[in-house]
Design a protein around this ligand. Structure first.
Ligand code: HEC
Length: 130
């Protein structure tokens, strides 16, 4: 009986590992996919990485988007066709899974978590990372 119980807890532990690791893999895959999508579609105008200036000076670097609104607010615009009001920016319409990937990627590169109290510039004493 003791043996049986041990076997069962081993089974449970394996089950847990099996449950957790694919979840992480999916998350990573999603972010990677989002990165590919924005590199292909957006990087000729926007800075899409953790540093660097946008090729098009008027296009905000993606890592700064959350200083204006939560990045997830973009999901709808991406799915329905993002219209920036700027004639230079083409209209994009993405499939729901692509939208999810782009949002996941954008969230992963934001400079700082969204904070309505925060000023757009780095707070005094804040160390610029990079
Ligand atoms: C041809 C150049 C160009 C491309 C390609 C481009 N953008 Fe833009 N984007 C701009 C410009 C210029 C602005 C600034 C618009 C403005 O100030 O109205 C902008 C602004 C934005 C904004 C901010 C809108 C706001 O109201 O704050 C978002 C979000 C955005 N772009 C997302 C994207 C995404 C996602 C892609 C790729 C799928 C992309 N852009 C591709 C030029 C571009």
């Amino acid at each position: 009986m003791v043996q049986g119980r041990a076997a069962r807890s081993t089974f449970l532990a394996l089950g847990l590992v099996g449950f957790i690791s694919p979840a992480i893999a999916v998350e990573k895959g999603l972010t990677d996919k989002g990165e590919v999508l924005v590199r292909e579609n957006c990087s000729r105008c926007h800075a899409v990485g953790l540093e660097g200036a946008s090729p098009n000076a008027e296009a905000p670097p993606f890592r700064t988007l959350s200083s204006n609104y939560p990045v997830s607010d973009l999901a709808e615009s991406l799915a329905e066709g993002i219209v920036s009001g700027h004639p230079e920016m083409p209209i994009f319409v993405f499939k729901p899974h692509d939208v999810e990937a782009i949002i996941a990627y954008l969230e992963s590169i934001q400079d700082a978590p969204m904070d309505p109290e925060a000023s757009p510039d780095a707070a005094p004493g804040e160390t610029p990372d990079g």
